[in-house]
Design a protein around this ligand. Structure first.
Ligand code: ATP
Ligand code: CA
Ligand code: CA
Length: 432
């Protein structure tokens, strides 16, 4: 899969922020990993540590290019979480902190959060609102317990929670989490599903302009799509989904979605664009406009593309004498190692469609529950009131967390079935 977004280099407006984020991560993760492992205590969930970075460095922190403050939250808890998610500590550091690291997705959602991919595309840094930060800290013990009891949970895997503050700047909270989509496969269609229909539509016009745009519930329904799997796989998937939704209901969380990326094996990858070692630097200009896998970002101009291509060539030349770092040189097989143990990420990093008899079909789903740090009490009460005046109350998306969870679960439950089953239902509906 070709990396999308804008590479964050020295000329990028968010270069300093990104640099500081990664410097902070590198320092705090190495620091905690250097210690002897131990059991967690309740205090570990509350823990926060503050570090100051500056040009000269001090007895605690090494010197850095810029002055900034960095806060690390619950480092022991996240160390244990990373281990539960089977991340290799060295690999994690390498992915997040090698030199030309991030590509920025800008701010795809309405929330104003920024998304950054690690250079190998395995991790996402998402900036979050202070209220989301507070919620994550509050639910951390429950989240931890859930992950412990549900190794195949579908909810986002959080690997770190941090805060960065530049001199005179504002405080920026962020999480590090898993990228659901694999580095080595094109995602041909993406859906963000909530189980609500009002406003849940990407206009087909917009989709024409941007064929890889993130579609929503109505697009899914119009396409008669299903998460196709045989009865056994369905059972496992729905059972896990139910447990995850129960947790979110209990925590009074809402507004989350099931993100579904679909890779069509028949279409495969756009081979001319494959480059296993330098994916992050693939200039967008090498792709034709309409095969751009990421619709979330604005389409770069031709000039920008040419500039990127030039940068890329320079970069490759500069890097050539230096051995590629471990992470970037990894082959997809190894990249997928830590995913193998997870039922829903074990078919080439995803969840392979099956028919009624459990035989493989030609699609792989890359899916998970994302964006679950919105507490009902925070904003939704107001929104519910405002939207509730003009729409059917059960269909608008900001409904209380119990109903939100039930509606979400019902929707996913209803769209998960084998192709054979879907065809049978369609036929009998036609007869009536
Ligand atoms: P809003 O609150 O308006 O929905 P947000 O800024 O909170 O937006 P998200 O809903 O978390 O953003 O994500 C926006 C989009 O980014 C998703 O629809 C998806 O395309 C992509 N995305 C988010 N998280 C992941 C992930 N873990 N893996 C892959 N893609 C992701
Ligand atoms: Ca969202
Ligand atoms: Ca959100």
């Amino acid at each position: 899969r070709v990396i999308v977004g804008t590479k964050v280099d020295q000329n990028h407006v968010n270069w300093v922020t990104a640099y500081n984020m990664l410097t902070g991560i590198r320092f705090t993760v190495s620091r905690i990993n250097a210690k002897m492992d131990r059991e967690l205590t309740p205090a570990d969930f509350q823990a926060k540590h503050k570090f100051s970075f500056d040009i000269t460095g001090n007895e605690l922190t090494p010197s850095a290019k810029y002055d900034f403050k960095f806060k690390d939250y619950a480092p022991w808890v996240f160390r244990h979480l990373r281990a539960k998610f089977r991340l290799d500590p060295a690999d994690y550091l390498m992915s997040l902190t090698s030199k030309y690291i991030l590509s920025e997705l800008g701010s795809p959602g309405k929330s104003g959060s920024f998304f950054y991919f690690s250079r190998d595309y395995k991790y996402i840094i998402k900036t979050i609102h202070h209220s989301e930060h507070k919620l994550l800290r509050k639910i951390l013990p429950e989240y931890y317990k859930h992950v412990e009891e549900n190794p195949n949970t579908l909810i986002s895997q959080f690997y770190g929670l941090h805060r960065v503050k530049m001199a005179y700047g504002r405080k920026i909270h962020f999480v590090v989490m898993n990228n659901l989509f694999p580095p080595h496969r094109d995602i041909h269609q993406t859906f963000d599903l909530k189980g609500s229909t009002i406003g849940r539509d990407l206009s087909e016009d917009d989709l024409k302009k941007n064929p890889r745009g993130t579609m929503k519930d109505l697009n899914w329904i119009r396409r008669h799509r299903h998460i196709e799997c045989g009865p056994q796989k369905r059972e496992v998937f729905i059972t896990q989904l139910k447990r995850d939704v129960e947790l979110l209901k209990r925590l009074k969380i809402m507004d989350y979605s099931l993100l579904v990326g679909i890779h069509d094996l028949e279409r495969g990858n756009d081979e001319k664009l494959r480059n296993k070692t330098l994916q992050v630097f693939q200039p967008v200009g090498d792709r034709d406009e309409d095969s751009n896998p990421n619709v979330l970002m604005r389409t770069p101009s031709r000039l920008e593309n040419e500039r990127k291509a030039r940068e890329l060539r320079m970069l490759i030349q500069r890097e050539r004498p230096v051995p590629l770092d471990q992470a970037a040189a990894k082959m997809p097989d190894e990249i997928l190692d830590e995913r193998k143990s997870h039922i829903f990420y074990s078919d080439d990093g995803g969840f392979r469609a099956t028919d009624e008899n459990g035989q493989y079909r030609d699609e792989i789903y890359y899916l998970g529950i994302i964006d679950f740090l919105t507490h009902y009490g925070m904003v939704k009460r107001i929104e519910h009131f405002v939207k509730g005046l003009s729409h059917d109350r059960t269909q608008i998306s900001p409904i209380p967390p119990q109903s939100y969870g039930e509606r979400f679960y019902k929707f996913i439950d209803a769209i998960t079935m084998s192709k054979e089953e879907a065809d049978r239902r369609e036929q009998s509906a036609d007869h009536n």
